[in-house]
Unconditional design. Structure first.
Length: 114
């Protein structure tokens, strides 16, 4: 059974830093591309960053060098380091392979506010 468990969110002031973690299970993690996505109420889930099995990374334009995605294949885990956070980054963050057959997890809430 494929499962994603996200953690590490919270309330942070503008300019602050958070590190999100994703524990994955139920599939051959090291063989899959992993991504982080986010969603705010009333909007569609949007792409944030992705990391390929060999380590290549791609980021959404709005990241603008502030975030860093990484993975630990031995731990079946993916991470998103977020720096210089802005109020517009407030959202529920999810990790996934992006496969339609893989269900979304509960996500982790990130709130950027003073």
């Amino acid at each position: 059974q494929v499962q994603f468990v996200e953690s590490g969110g919270g309330l942070v002031q503008p300019g602050g830093t958070l590190r999100l973690s994703c524990e994955a299970s139920g599939f051959a993690f090291s063989s899959y591309t992993m991504g982080w996505y986010r969603q705010t109420p009333g909007k569609q889930r949007e792409f944030v960053a992705t990391i390929f099995p060999a380590g290549k990374t791609i980021y959404a334009d709005f990241v603008n060098g502030r975030f860093s995605i990484s993975r630990d294949n031995a731990e079946n885990a993916a991470y998103l380091e977020m720096n210089n956070l802005k109020p517009d980054d407030t959202a529920v963050y999810y990790c996934s392979t992006g496969r339609t057959s893989h269900p979304w997890g509960q996500g982790t809430q990130v709130t950027v506010s003073s």
